[in-house]
Ligand binder design. Structure first.
Ligand code: NAD
Length: 508
C-alpha cells in the first residue's frame, strides 16, 4: 500500500463502512444480504462494502417508483414544488461537496481538483433544471378547423431507470436525474459497480432535501442488476450511459416493449489540428482532451489528426509535455494524472497498447505502467502516444478509455474530414484553426454530436450533449434534455355544434 501524506491520510483513514441502498425511503441491505467491495485504485485496497442487489430488490425499487408516481405528494405535483426540492438539493450539495468529492476519488482515482469542480457543478445543474421545471411549455396549435381548440401538454414519461458508468459517476447521473425529476418522473438508479458509494452518499442528500419516498431509489450491483432493471415491464424509460456494446443490449431489451430510451455511449473522437492553428493552444487542447481523467472520458480526443507540414513540430512539443505529466496521488493538488479506475480497465488499456505495438504503430512515449516504486500499488498507465497511426489500425478504431493517443497525419481539409468521420462513433470532435471559413466548413461536415473549435472537453448544463451513429441516441443537458423525459399529449376541444355525421367526422 502507498504511504499516505498527512493531507490525504485522514481521507483514507476512515473505517471501512457498509453502505445501504435506498428503496422506498428506507435504507436497506440486499434482500439476501450479499455485498461487494469498492476498491481504491490508488492503494489497491477495499475501503467500503456495498449491497449486491438481487431481483427482489429491483422489484421493490421499481414498484416504489411506480407507487410514488401514482399517489402521494409527487404524483401530479406542481412544477414549483419540484423546483423547490431541486433548489434545496443544490444547497445540500454545496454544503457537502467535499465529502461527495472524497468518495468519488476513493472509488475511481480521478483527480480531487477535477472531481471537486464537477461536484460544485452539480448544484448549478440543479438550479438550471429547477428553472426548467416551469418551462415545460406545450403549444396552442392554430389548427384550420372551425370551432376547434387544440393544444399540447408535456407529461412525465413515468418510471425512469438511470444506469450509469464509473468515470464521472455523479455528473453523469445528474445529467439524467435533474431533467427527469424536473419533469415529474420517478427514478430507480443503478450506479456502476466500480463507483456505487458516491451515488449512495448523494441519495442521503435527496432524502434530506425532502424528496418523497419512492421518488428516487438506488439499487447497487453489477451488470445483472442493470439488465434486470432495464427488463422490468414497469420501467417506462431507460436512460443509459456506458459502453456501446452494453448500450445495444439495453436497446434490444427496450425494443421488446418499446420502452423509451436514451443512450450515451462510447467514442473515438478526432481532434483536427490545421497548419494555421495556434500550436501551443492546440498542444494543450489535445493533451487535455486525452490525458485528463487518465483518458477515461467518453469524449476523449483519442485521435489527433495533424496537418502534415506541422506534424513533426507538433508531435515533438506534444510528446515533450506528455513526458512531464505528473502522475501521483489523485487527492494531491499538484498531481496531473491519477490512476485508471479498476483492474479490468487497466488490463484492457495495456492489452490495447500491446496490440498497437504488434500492428506496427510507432510508440512515441509511455506504453505501460511507470517504473516509479512509489506508484507501484496504483493502477497507473503512463501518458501514451502512438505516431503516424493508420486509420485502419485497431488502436485508431477501438475505444481504449485510457491515456492513449493516436497521432494521424493528413494533407488536405477533405482528407482530414474523411479520416475524422471514418469511425462507427460520432460523439465529439475538435477543430484547431484560425481560418473562420475553414472552421465553418469543417464543423458542418463532421458527423459528431459536439464540435469544439479552438477548445476541447467543455460541457455545460445548458448545452445539449449526445452522440451520432454508435455513440448514442438522444441528448442530455440543455432544454432538449427535458424532452427526453416527457411525452407530448395532444388535446382537441370542439366548441362547435359537434359531429354532424358520425360516419364522416370531417363533415359539419
Ligand atoms: P458499461 O457499459 O460496462 O457499464 C455501464 C453501466 O451499465 C454499469 O452500471 C453496468 O453495471 C451496467 N450494465 C452492464 N451490463 C449491463 C446490461 N447487460 N444491462 C444493463 N446494464 C448493464 O460501461 P462502463 O465501463 O461502466 O463505462 C465506460 C463506457 O461508458 C465507455 O464506453 C464510455 O465511452 C461510456 N461513457 C459514455 C458517456 C457519454 O456521455 N456518451 C459518458 C461516460 C462514459
Amino acid at each position: 500500500m502507498n504511504p499516505d501524506t498527512p493531507a490525504t491520510a485522514s481521507i483514507r483513514a476512515r473505517p471501512q463502512r457498509t453502505y445501504s441502498m435506498l428503496i422506498d425511503g428506507t435504507w436497506c441491505a440486499a434482500a439476501d444480504a450479499r455485498t461487494f467491495a469498492s476498491i481504491d485504485p490508488y492503494t489497491g485496497q477495499p475501503w467500503a462494502l456495498v449491497p449486491e442487489a438481487g431481483t427482489a430488490d429491483v422489484e421493490r425499487a421499481v414498484s416504489a417508483a411506480r407507487q410514488a408516481l401514482e399517489a402521494g405528494p409527487w404524483a401530479g405535483s406542481l412544477p414549483a414544488y419540484r423546483a423547490r426540492l431541486l433548489r434545496r438539493l443544490a444547497q445540500l450539495i454545496a454544503d457537502n461537496a467535499q465529502e461527495l468529492a472524497n468518495v468519488q476519488v476513493l472509488e475511481n482515482g480521478k483527480l480531487m481538483r477535477e472531481v471537486l469542480a464537477q461536484t460544485h457543478g452539480l448544484a448549478a445543474h440543479c438550479h438550471y433544471f429547477a428553472g426548467a421545471a416551469e418551462l415545460m411549455h406545450g403549444h396552442t396549435v392554430p389548427i384550420s378547423i372551425p370551432d376547434m381548440f387544440t393544444y399540447t401538454v408535456r407529461e412525465p414519461v413515468g418510471v425512469v431507470a438511470a444506469i450509469t458508468p464509473w468515470n464521472s459517476p455523479l455528473s453523469l447521473l445528474f445529467w439524467k436525474l435533474c431533467p427527469a425529476l424536473a419533469a415529474g418522473n420517478t427514478v430507480v438508479v443503478k450506479p456502476s459497480e466500480i463507483t456505487p458509494v458516491s451515488t449512495l452518499v448523494l441519495a442521503e442528500l435527496f432524502e434530506q432535501a425532502g424528496f418523497p419516498p419512492g421518488v428516487i431509489n438506488v439499487v447497487t450491483g453489477g451488470g445483472t442488476v442493470g439488465a434486470t432493471l432495464a427488463a422490468h415491464p414497469q420501467v417506462d424509460k431507460i436512460a443509459f450511459t456506458g459502453s456501446t456494446a452494453v448500450g445495444k443490449q439495453v436497446a434490444q431489451t427496450a425494443a421488446a416493449r418499446l420502452a423509451r430510451i436514451s443512450l450515451e455511449l462510447g467514442g473515438k473522437s478526432p481532434n483536427i489540428v490545421f497548419d494555421d492553428a495556434d500550436i501551443d493552444r492546440a498542444v494543450n487542447g489535445v493533451l487535455a482532451g486525452i490525458f485528463s481523467a487518465s483518458g477515461q472520458t467518453c469524449l476523449a480526443g483519442s485521435r489527433a489528426l495533424v496537418q502534415a507540414d506541422i506534424y513533426d513540430e507538433f508531435a515533438r512539443r506534444l510528446v515533450a509535455r506528455a513526458q512531464r505529466v505528473k502522475l501521483g496521488d489523485p487527492l494531491l493538488e499538484d498531481t496531473e494524472m491519477g490512476t485508471v479506475a479498476c483492474r479490468m480497465q487497466y488490463d484492457k488499456v495495456l492489452r490495447l497498447i500491446e496490440a498497437a505495438r504488434q500492428e506496427g504503430a510507432q510508440l512515441l512515449c509511455g506504453g505501460g505502467p511507470p517504473d516509479d516504486p512509489a506508484l507501484a500499488a496504483g493502477l497507473f498507465v503512463l501518458p501514451t502516444i502512438f505516431g503516424k497511426v493508420q486509420s485502419d489500425m485497431q488502436i485508431a478504431r477501438e475505444e481504449v478509455f485510457g491515456p492513449v493517443l493516436c497521432l494521424i497525419p493528413f494533407t488536405s481539409e477533405d482528407q482530414a474530414v474523411a479520416i475524422a468521420n471514418d469511425t462507427r462513433f460520432g460523439l465529439a470532435a475538435g477543430v484547431w484553426s484560425r481560418d473562420v471559413a475553414r472552421v465553418h466548413r469543417t464543423v458542418r461536415r463532421l458527423r459528431a454530436g459536439t464540435v469544439w473549435v479552438n477548445t476541447y472537453r467543455r460541457t455545460h448544463y445548458s448545452m445539449p450533449f449526445g452522440g451520432m451513429k454508435e455513440s448514442g441516441l438522444g441528448r442530455e443537458n440543455g432544454l432538449e434534455a427535458i424532452y427526453e423525459y416527457t411525452e407530448t399529449k395532444a388535446v382537441w376541444i370542439d366548441s362547435g355544434p359537434g359531429i354532424a355525421d358520425p360516419f364522416n367526422p370531417r363533415a359539419g
